[in-house]
Design a protein around this ligand. Sequence first.
Ligand code: ZN
Length: 577
Amino acid sequence: MTASPAARAPLSTHTDVRLAAGYIRRSDARKQGDNHSAEVQRAAITQLADQLGCVVTMWEQEEIKGRRIDRSGYQRILEAARKREIHVILVFSLSRWGRRPLERVQRGEDLDRLGVEVWSVQQGQDKPGFMRYGYAGMDEQAVRDLAANVRPARRRAAESGIHMGPTPQLGYRRHYPAWDGAGKRPPGALVVDEATAWIVRALYERYATGDESCRDLARWLASDPRVPAPRDAAAWADYHVRLILRSPLYKGCVSYDKRPQGHYAHAAPGDAMVGPGQQTALIEEGLWRRVQERMDLMGQRPTRARVRHAYLGAGLLVCAGCGAAMRPHVAGTVVGHKGSYLCRTSLRNGGCGEAGYRLDLAHEALLVELRRLRGAPWTTRGEERLRGGGVRAATAARLKQEIAAERAALRDQAEALAAMRGATKGGGIPNEAVRAFLALSETTEARIAGLEAQRALAERAGPPIEDLRALWAEVHRTDPRAAVEGLDYAGDPDDAAPVRRLLLKTVESAKLVERRPATHSRWLRVEVTWTEPVRLLLGARLLTLDPTPEPPVLPTPTELRTAAQRRWRERKHTDSE
Ligand SMILES: [Zn+2]
């Protein structure tokens, strides 16, 4: 068998039984003509496994969840391959395995090294060499062509007044005209759904009077038994109301290309259009306009009774467990909730298991770190050290390495292309494969040109001393403690703006490293990665960093209880006097 039987030994006791992972991926039904169902893919893969004499020990399926694609199954298979728990990966089509040509080629090479084979029902084995490039390039081309055809067609339909988005839950339903079976099925038309249209009219009329906010109206929707439950959430919320009140659909218009969509064919920013639609209007133009005006007005000022928070750590705090961004999260329904930062992964699917922490404690911890930055006097010696600029040299060196790697890839591609051309003469390789492959080489060349430009910039430009000096002055000037003193979580976020600005300029990311006590923490410590300008200034010793302050001695739960009891006794004492 292989040269290293020891490495393969833990796989199974019978060396002739090979363990396989089956990988199923469904794509958006609109995008792919060969969009076979998960069951079809699974059956075909099982049959292929039989033919190859493999046992499928793991199945993974890639799902589209909302607008995101969960690729954790793909990652789990690669992990199993790395741990040598599987010998073979089975997919329905290679185009479903690895989405970008380069990703597929690189992944293929990694798996070759591990001795793991990739087989597809449609294309057979993914063998190293030029066919891998050829297929990868062809699939990429096919997806691009499809995207280029679909988008303009949808836009043309929208321009003729057909609503191309999802059917709204309230006000309209789709009516599909009879289809004679010839040509393409005609699109469904929106017709007024009287059972729910009254709700839309009521929302517009009530909002226009100015007495009720979107939140009030959402509360009404949630409590009125005549209103159906929302189909995408547990209860009606103010954002539902806002979407309904903002939709030009209800005044008889259609909109399209409001926001860029799709990976390959993006709508240009100016492409957004609103035009007359084919559906009957529910709201007359004047009322619709009044509602827009009131919404524009309301958008500019904070709604009543809503606590605005200063999210000093937003975009800076990352999860210590998985590295994802920490999201500020405030439970609007809990009175006096101080808010917390939660890991994005945990928010989405209970993923990484890292506990969140309190907003105010995290801010305090960030400020403790920020206060450690101290400005040393600006000296010519320091300025000279800055001009020496070690960081830029490191960037240039890194870019040089990346360029070398891309050049090597290009060389491989050129060799493969030469081999392909040879084979094409013999009639073996389809011409599209060669063309697709040429396109792939072109993108590699373009990437090299881009990297070269970056490298030239890194090598030529000296450090922007003026910018560094301005930042140095700002660190000198701003006293973070004074700036946020007396700013409790409910304070005006604008007061924290100078500190937030300074944080954004100085901190690249921060991560929790210590919490006391471990649960219901009352004190946190974060570790900060400084931005490049700060690192340069620290390197030139124009800024210095104070030592990390000692953690506070926190009273134990018993001490806290005793203190509370004492306060209670004292209060009782004064009351009885
Ligand atoms: Zn996490």
